[in-house]
Design a protein around this ligand. Structure first.
Ligand SMILES: Nc1ncnc2c1ncn2[C@@H]1O[C@H](COP(=O)(O)OP(=O)(O)O)[C@@H](O)[C@H]1O
Ligand SMILES: [Mg+2]
Length: 188
């Protein structure tokens, strides 16, 4: 009995270790011998999402019909949390996944394309402007980008997002910023 229990616990631990073998640095999940591309890089939330049912529904509905939705408001009012919750709930609608572009640590506007490229798994190619490579990479993809904390590099983000939205019809962007980005066709 004790042995059976120990064996069962051990077996469960092995299954769990296999299932949880996620390497976030490489954005890959390993399931036994097969490697599958994950569909998002959204961080795991340690607390439950509270309230905001109406806003959550609004965000999801607007995303279905708008290419760019920006959640604006003062710091700490819940923009990021709402964006991440909405994104997590619609991930399955995007064939090529949902990718968080975290701009909080990007202080140089020149680093914005690099942050986008890293989020979607695009490597820099010598002799090719990263913004061009990015729009080429995203052109035929159906994905959602969650672009968080745009306020301190707003012009560079707006410029890049305008390029992406002009050339990549199946890309949707959910941004958070203390102020609107000022992009064409932005909904705030
Ligand atoms: N609806 C919510 N449910 C649970 N926690 C929330 C909710 N909204 C915000 N928070 C928490 O409050 C804090 C501030 O929210 P955050 O989304 O980071 O604000 P902002 O992005 O507007 O600066 C975070 O710790 C976040 O997890
Ligand atoms: Mg935030």
């Amino acid at each position: 009995m004790g042995f059976a229990l120990a064996w069962a616990c051990n077996a469960w631990r092995q299954v769990r270790d296999i299932l949880l073998d996620t390497d976030s640095s490489s954005s890959r999940t390993t399931l036994g011998a097969d490697t599958v591309e994950p569909h998002h890089n959204l961080p795991l939330q340690r607390t439950s999402f509270i309230g905001r049912a109406r806003e959550l529904e609004d965000v999801k509905q607007l995303l279905a019909s708008r290419q760019l939705l920006t959640l604006t408001g003062a710091g700490g009012c819940g923009k990021t949390r709402l964006a991440l919750q909405a994104a997590a709930e619609v991930t399955s609608e995007y064939q090529d996944g949902t990718w968080l572009v975290e701009l909080a640590a990007v202080t140089d506007p020149g680093g914005v394309p690099h942050a986008f490229a890293t989020a979607v798994g695009l490597r820099e190619v010598p002799d090719r402007a990263l913004a061009d490579a990015l729009t080429g990479f995203l052109r035929n993809k159906s994905l959602l980008l969650v672009v968080d904390n745009c306020e301190h590099v707003v012009d560079a983000v707006a410029h890049l997002i305008d390029d992406v939205l002009r050339t990549c019809p199946q890309v949707r962007i959910l941004a958070t910023s203390r102020e609107p980005l000022g992009c064409v066709d932005e909904t705030t």
